[in-house]
Design a protein around this ligand. Structure first.
Ligand SMILES: Cc1ncc(COP(=O)(O)O)c(C=O)c1O
Length: 412
């Protein structure tokens, strides 16, 4: 029996533990359905008030005293602790700071320092550009040798020479949303004496992740996507405690010094993961992220995972039933455990079709060459919205609306 609108509405009645959290987010523009959590997650409703408080009490009134009187310097650890459960980490092992690209660089270099004299970085050949660029930059400066991975099945061969320092893996492919098996990859990496560095940008805040449970070494990820930290939010980094004090950080700055305000001439790394902090934190951005952190403290990661699964499976079923025969096909794995945050479709005219959908109030994105990405946020999207979105998609496909010259210009 094909899914009906009533079935979708009924599915929205499930998952009691997340109920109520949806109301903690701002609704967005009227008549607009947002499936772009892989780009910028929804805004917690109290984010503006929190930012306003920092502007007024912190900037207008406290100014320099804000550093002493407010918790600005504690935020990297507080925000890290709030998101730790959803990535399966201990609260004290996560920090929120800098961007994902910078954290990727910092932890690649840190891994190389831990693993000397090994100097090989294994990195995916066809991956989110920054991941590869960071490794290439280190190699260009003479700090490492690169070995490219074309497929996860080739990991044993890449590790076989026994010279690998670190394997950098994107947990979820940013185009087709294929999710790697973290436990299996970590076991192979560990057996070869190497370290794992995961980019969790397309899974953190969407599905339950078990960094400690799978014995991952290092991880980074975006704060502005499913974690709802706000546009340009700082990223997170995770370092397994067995490594945190094993070497100096790659970028030594005063915020990572053992005694920041002693202004000592010599660098001494702070204990634990505080050493990975570098410079002055982005106080306003942290205030926005703190609104999301307050929500994350209440989220049961298993309930989040179940809701993500329900939304993704429903979307795939609706697409199967309503959009067959239009030259559009599922690009993501069907099995939830192998799928990351979004559901991707393959369509020859993905970019103009995405623009047509946006124009009709369904905010999705496209990535070269043919990926059309739907990323419902598990805390805010509903099954009913998916029904409406797929009905609009079907209508656009029937009318071949993607041919309209208005939709031919490139968009982010
Ligand atoms: C998988 C992945 N890694 C890294 C990044 C870049 O992160 P940042 O801009 O914070 O450096 C992105 C951005 O979309 C991404 O999708």
């Amino acid at each position: 029996m094909p899914l009906t609108l009533a079935d979708c509405i009924a599915r929205d009645g499930g998952n009691a533990s997340l109920r109520g959290l949806r109301e903690r987010f701002a609704p967005g523009a009227p008549d607009t359905l947002y499936f772009d959590a892989n780009s910028i997650g929804p805004m917690p409703a109290d984010a503006p008030a929190r930012m306003q408080a920092v502007l007024q009490q912190g900037w207008a009134e406290a100014r320099r005293r804000g550093w002493n009187e407010l918790d600005w310097l504690e935020q990297p650890a507080k925000l890290g602790a709030a998101i730790a459960p959803v990535i399966g980490a201990q609260a004290e092992d996560v920090r929120v700071a800098d961007s994902t690209s910078i954290n990727q660089y910092k932890l690649l270099r840190f891994a190389l320092a831990l693993q000397a004299p090994r100097r090989v970085i294994v990195v995916q050949r066809d991956v989110f550009p920054s991941n590869r660029y960071a490794a290439e930059g280190i190699a260009q400066a003479g700090g490492a040798e690169l070995r490219f991975l074309d497929d996860i099945a080739a990991l044993p061969a890449a590790l076989a020479p026994g010279d690998v320092a670190v394997v950098a893996l994107s947990h979820v492919d940013y185009r087709d949303s294929t999710r790697l098996d973290m436990a299996s990859a970590n076991a192979q990496v560990r057996a070869a004496g190497a370290l794992s560095l995961w980019d969790l940008s397309h899974s953190a805040g969407a599905v339950a992740i078990a960094l400690r449970g799978t014995d991952s070494d290092l991880a980074v990820g975006c704060g502005y996507k499913y974690l709802c930290g706000g546009p340009g939010a700082p990223a997170f980094l995770y370092v397994h405690p067995r490594h945190a004090e094993g070497a100096w950080p790659a970028v030594c700055g005063w915020m990572g010094h053992a005694d920041t305000f002693a202004f000592e001439p010599d660098y001494r790394p702070a204990p634990g993961p505080d050493r990975f902090l570098v410079g002055t934190p982005p106080v306003l951005a942290q205030a926005a992220f703190a609104a999301a952190a307050a929500v994350w403290r209440e989220v049961d990661p298993q309930a989040l995972d179940a809701q993500h699964r329900s939304l993704g499976d429903t979307l795939i079923q609706l697409l199967d039933e309503q959009c067959a025969g239009f030259g559009i096909e599922l690009a993501s794995p069907r099995e939830h455990a192998r799928r990351g945050g979004h559901v991707a479709l393959r369509f020859a005219h993905a970019a103009p079709l995405a623009q047509a959908l946006v124009h009709h109030g369904v905010v999705v994105s496209a990535r070269k060459p043919e990926a059309l990405r739907f990323a419902p946020h598990p805390l805010t999207a509903t099954h009913e919205q998916l029904w409406t979105a797929v009905a609009r998609l079907r209508d656009l496909l029937q009318r071949e609306a993607w041919r309209d010259p208005r939709y031919q210009q490139a968009s982010v």
